[in-house]
Design a protein around this ligand. Structure first.
Ligand code: GAL
Length: 701
């Protein structure tokens, strides 16, 4: 049956809605909690037309659900679909968007699948469904009634037969349409985002979702999550030891063991292990550490709010705990009210674990047939759970008048306004790098967290990668000592020190100091994210959609306007780097490098390949160990231009939601020196500008 279709409605600047059939009652947009940022959308370049009109879209409704066919220009690149750990370029792929904690193959399973895709031609689409929808992106064509068009299509490929095994299947792709299949539903709204560029289309989606986010500046330092078995004295000793060792840590995370009971959770302090939470939190404050608490959403019968929340929970349990329905006001309010008590004690953020679906290894989540008081079924709820769990916690922080940055293991559509960063139990470094790249297409943030390592090189390369990501996280939840003391978990827990421990510490410290230096620059990148939707860490394709060489790059990314990261893994001390057209400089030495080409680098273990746009001024911070409230950062303007250099900082109080702020436009010229330094600033003091080799001379090499 052909389903009815509307003509595209303009719903916000550059955002058009195309209604296909009769959509379901529970969809990401029907239950959305965030408002579009309309003034910021107005400020984007104008886009007056929908990227394609209704006549180019076909909709069929049958027993399996809905099939929607949309146009795709042959030769264009398609990106997005949320966090995709296995591939960045989606053209030629089939993906099923299913929230899953074990995304081990390139199937679309993900901690954060998003039915949103963006095209190098400068448009993007959000399919408003919470179903496990599938997409075929340039893979199939319908057999027409006459053979002519079919013959022509096959002939048009005009590829000679290949004798190379790896080329054998390249003829198989068809490439002129995207097909979306939505199970069960009788309709779906498509939201079309017009660029005019790929980056503008993604910005438009982010702003229309209500994002991006500006976290507290301290949360952009380094995080350390401590061993889950620690009691209060041991956790305190661990934090003190990190300080005594000179490690520039800013956030200290407690894992499940802080609670009276976990799996399912009581969400309160263990009287046996943490007898004096007030004393503990006071101690952490004295050490300038923000405390972050682990939890998952599943509620123990003895939790203080279990009885009250029970009517607002699913028909099924998860880890035998109640599953709160975050689509209900009542369930959300009761859950949030309890957490507000923890925030009043001084907790700065949470780690929302295991809100993805555990299908394979640990069935820790609710089943698809679960029924929820809101009317959602388990399938829909899986694709909505991460986002609405985040809203419950974020809404509580907003009500408390506090900014936060937190962690979450599942997310989905319209997540850009949520200050949460995704992470995973899977531990493949190469996939973790790809996550930074792919998350940036769909309003998501990702951290390639560090746990243990296979070798010194593996540890150092992982730490160097994570400090260049949205959140620098050492997740030592299963080791008693930092991984730089011993990389191997069993030996680490026996208290052994590896022979290369001193070298490892020095190299890790250098990487964490790099993070500290970048903290104000990252803060500015986040401020831009909040103001115009530009992802702070972004795929190269977002800035260079017209150069197909950028499309499949999955181990390099831009950080803010001027910095390009090309991290290494332990697999090889050498890698290829592709620099976009234009002038670039080596971050460490300031040496000029021409772009628009690939080249090979072997920088040695102490250095991670980083490149700076010619003419940039990087406002780097002096790498102090502790960021003490009210003291701010000393900024060293580092010059990557010979005659002029330009950079910017966001200057507000660094902590208050909606705090008034201003851009500091820093301009240096050989003749005029540095301009744009304010008479007074709440966050920054300024040192004299200098060359990279002077500013970074203390970095181990
Ligand atoms: C896992 C999570 C880990 C750690 C652990 C604690 O699911 O990914 O980071 O928090 O739970 O049990």
């Amino acid at each position: 049956m052909i389903a009815a279709m509307s003509t595209p409605d303009l719903v916000a600047p550059g955002v058009f809605r195309l209604r296909c059939g009769t959509p379901e009652a529970i969809t990401p947009i029907a239950v959305r909690r965030s408002q579009a940022k309309l003034p910021e959308l107005e400020a984007l370049p104008t886009a007056e037309r929908a990227p394609f009109d209704a006549a180019q879209v076909q909709v069929r409704h049958g027993a399996r659900g809905l099939v929607v066919t949309m146009p795709l220009r042959r030769g264009s690149g398609v990106f997005g679909l949320g966090l995709q750990l296995k591939s960045v370029l989606q053209t030629g792929k089939k993906k099923t968007l299913r929230t899953n904690a074990d995304p081990v193959a390139d199937t679309g399973d993900s901690h954060a699948p998003v039915p949103f895709w963006a095209c190098s031609d400068g448009w993007a689409v959000l399919a408003d469904t919470a179903r496990y929808a599938s997409l075929w992106i340039g893979t199939h064509a319908t057999l027409a009634a006459d053979d002519r068009s079919w013959r022509e299509r096959v002939a048009a490929k005009n590829l000679p037969p290949s004798d190379r095994v790896e080329d054998l299947y390249r003829n198989a792709a068809v490439g002129e349409r995207i097909v979306l299949e939505v199970p069960i539903a009788a309709g779906v709204d498509l939201y079309l985002f017009h660029g005019p560029t790929l980056l503008d289309a993604v910005r438009r989606y982010n702003l229309w979702s209500g994002g991006g986010v500006l976290p507290p500046i301290a949360s952009l330092g380094t995080w350390y999550r401590a061993y889950t078995g620690f009691d209060q004295a041991e956790a305190t000793a661990c934090a003190r030891a990190l300080r005594a060792d000179g490690m520039p840590i800013d956030v200290f995370g407690l894992e499940p063991g802080w609670q009276r009971s976990c799996y399912p959770n009581t969400f309160d302090w263990s009287p046996a292990r943490f007898a004096d939470p007030k004393g503990f939190l006071g101690e952490m404050r004295d050490l300038d550490l923000e405390v972050n608490l682990w939890e998952n959403a599943y509620i123990h019968p003895d939790a203080p709010f279990a009885r009250e929340i029970r009517p607002w929970c699913a028909s099924e349990t998860a880890t035998d705990g109640l599953v709160p329905d975050f689509l209900t006001e009542q369930g959300t309010a009761l859950f949030a009210r309890h957490h507000a008590g923890l925030v009043a004690q001084g907790i700065g953020g949470f780690k929302l674990d295991e809100c993805d679906n555990g299908d394979f290894n640990h069935p820790w989540s609710f089943p698809e047939w679960a029924e929820f008081p809101s009317g959602a079924d388990g399938e829909q709820m899986h694709n909505l759970y991460g986002v609405h769990y985040q809203h419950a916690i974020d809404g509580m922080f907003r009500a408390a008048g506090k900014r936060h940055l937190s962690l979450v293991r599942a997310s989905g559509a319209l997540a850009a306004p949520l200050p949460f960063v995704l992470y995973s139990d899977l531990y493949e470094h190469r996939d973790f790098l790809r996550g930074v790249v792919t998350a940036s297409f769909s309003g998501l943030l990702w951290t390639p967290e560090v746990r243990h390592a296979d070798s010194l090189e593996d540890l150092v390369r992982r730490v160097q990668s994570v400090v260049l990501s949205p959140l620098a996280l050492i997740n030592a939840w299963y080791i008693r000592n930092p991984p730089w003391v011993h990389i191997e978990p069993k030996a680490n827990n026996r208290g052994e020190r590896m022979p290369q421990a001193d070298r490892a510490r020095g190299l890790v410290l250098a990487a964490l100091r790099l993070r500290r230096r970048l903290q104000p620059y990252l803060y500015a990148a986040f401020a831009r994210y909040a103001q115009d939707g530009t992802p702070p860490c972004r795929a190269l394709a977002l800035d260079h959609p017209d150069d197909p060489r950028s499309w499949a790059i999955d181990d390099q990314w831009m950080i803010g306007p001027d910095l390009l990261a090309a991290p290494l893994t332990a697999a090889s001390p050498r890698r290829d780097v592709w620099l976009p057209a234009g002038g670039w400089r080596d971050f460490w030495t300031g040496e000029p490098i021409g772009g628009g080409r690939s080249f090979s680098v072997e920088p040695g273990l102490a250095r991670v390949p980083l490149y700076v746009r010619e003419g940039a001024l990087l406002p780097l911070a002096t790498p102090v160990e502790r960021v003490t409230a009210g003291q701010g950062f000393e900024i060293v303007p580092v010059l990557y231009g010979d005659a002029v250099a330009h950079g910017a900082l966001w200057d507000d109080d660094g902590v208050t939601p909606g705090a008034s702020g201003r851009w500091l436009d820093l301009r240096w010229s050989r003749d005029g020196g540095l301009a744009g330094v304010p008479a007074a600033s709440r966050l920054y003091r300024f040192a004299a500008p200098c060359a990279p080799s002077v500013a970074l001379g203390d970095v181990a090499s």
